[in-house]
Design a protein around this ligand. Structure first.
Ligand SMILES: Cc1cc2nc3c(=O)[nH]c(=O)nc-3n(C[C@H](O)[C@H](O)[C@H](O)COP(=O)(O)OP(=O)(O)OC[C@H]3O[C@@H](n4cnc5c(N)ncnc54)[C@H](O)[C@@H]3O)c2cc1C
Length: 327
């Protein structure tokens, strides 16, 4: 009997986890990705991300052990408030551990590890295949959409979204250096972070509106002084994220950022993308079960996003309810 075909649009962590799981369930899985290969948007990768991971629970949940792409930074992850170094964040008392992982096209990245597993198990890939609005009609009812921050999909699907600004910097450093830092201060209404591994030092400032040059200069001075390293300049990007989480929309299944797993600081970045990839695969054969799982993980993020619209919102004290545990 011929295998039923399923399309996954976007080969980020969410799409790749979905593809591997559906392939294991016996579907013929075709991943369409607009870049030349995996590794996402070359406009801001290679990069290093920091994410809380409940191991090995997350690997059991998604059915894929990705530990080789993660390095534990729980005991060395520093918190900076303004220009004050507050010391190590006590993740143990919060009940979880944090890890760095490399993103992008290099062989050492999380993306490349997922790709190697997917390809070995028989997932098919169509690179340089950018989905267009007209293609959507043909794919209704047999596709998972996991196109991340790309703005056009929000318009095509009529999905309510918010725009944010990001400023990033990159420097090549010694390969064995691993570090992570979180930065809160008047330079942004969100937060900044730095993360290093595999010879990359990556610094990023998120914001819900454009950041003035003097604030970028201030943040650069603080990070460079704290970490005794320098970078040449800021690169800028804009991203679009949905206003709320949604698993099913107009006959499609949404995954990763597009599905509303959008709070990197507390688990809805990389960890959320991996989780949501699994949930979107379950949604193909068992929509009710997937919806229950989706709700279980996203309830916290809904109240969190609502509070972010409050002018008095302070990211340092208001994020506690967004964390989740994989049981
Ligand atoms: C600069 C930056 C730093 C971040 N730092 C952190 C961090 O420290 N910790 C953390 O947990 N999270 C972080 N995040 C968030 C994290 O990257 C995302 O949560 C995660 O990548 C979401 O995975 P995804 O699979 O949904 O989307 P993505 O990884 O964005 O993948 C989407 C894929 O879809 C492809 N695509 C887009 N449009 C089309 C189209 N029309 N046709 C075909 N393919 C298409 C893209 O090329 C891309 O490969 C960061 C994000 C950014 C941008």
């Amino acid at each position: 009997m011929e295998k039923k075909e399923i399309y996954v649009i976007g080969a980020g962590p969410a799409g790749l986890v979905a593809a591997i799981n559906l392939n294991r369930e016996g579907f013929r899985v075709i991943v369409k990705e607009r870049q030349n290969g995996v590794g996402g948007e070359p406009g801001w990768h290679p990069s290093v991300h920091t994410t809380p991971v409940a191991m090995p629970g997350l690997w059991e949940y998604i059915g894929i052990d990705l530990s080789e792409a993660f390095v534990d930074t729980s005991d060395s992850c520093r918190l900076h408030m303004g220009n004050q170094d507050m010391g190590n964040i006590d993740f143990g008392s919060l009940g979880y551990r944090v890890f760095n992982t490399e993103r992008g096209h290099r062989p050492t990245s999380l993306d490349s590890l997922l790709f190697r597993i997917a390809e070995k198990e028989g997932v098919e890939f169509e690179f340089r295949n950018s989905l267009k609005e007209d293609d959507l009609k043909e794919l209704v009812g047999r596709s998972i959409l996991s196109t991340g921050l790309s703005p056009e999909m929000y318009g095509w699907l009529n999905l309510d979204s918010s725009v944010f600004a990001g400023y990033w910097a990159y420097a090549e450093i010694e390969r064995d250096h691993v570090s992570a830092g979180t930065y809160l201060g008047s330079f942004s209404n969100e937060y900044g972070y730095s993360a290093a591994m595999n010879g990359i030092w990556y610094v990023l400032l998120f914001a819900r509106k454009e950041v003035a040059q003097e604030n970028l200069d201030m943040f650069k001075r603080i990070v460079e002084a704290s970490e005794h390293r320098q970078f040449d300049k800021w690169r800028r990007f804009r991203g679009q994220t949905p206003k709320g989480p949604k698993l099913f929309h107009r006959g499609f299944i949404l995954a990763g950022t597009l599905g509303g797993f959008v709070e990197p600081a507390f688990g809805f970045g990389i960890t959320g993308a991996l989780l949501s990839g699994k949930i979107s695969a379950v949604a193909v054969s068992n929509p009710d079960k997937a919806q229950t799982e989706f709700k279980r993980f996203t309830d916290g993020v809904i109240s969190h996003i609502a509070r972010k619209r409050n002018p008095g919102y302070n990211p340092s004290v208001n994020m506690g309810d967004v964390w989740f545990q994989v049981e």
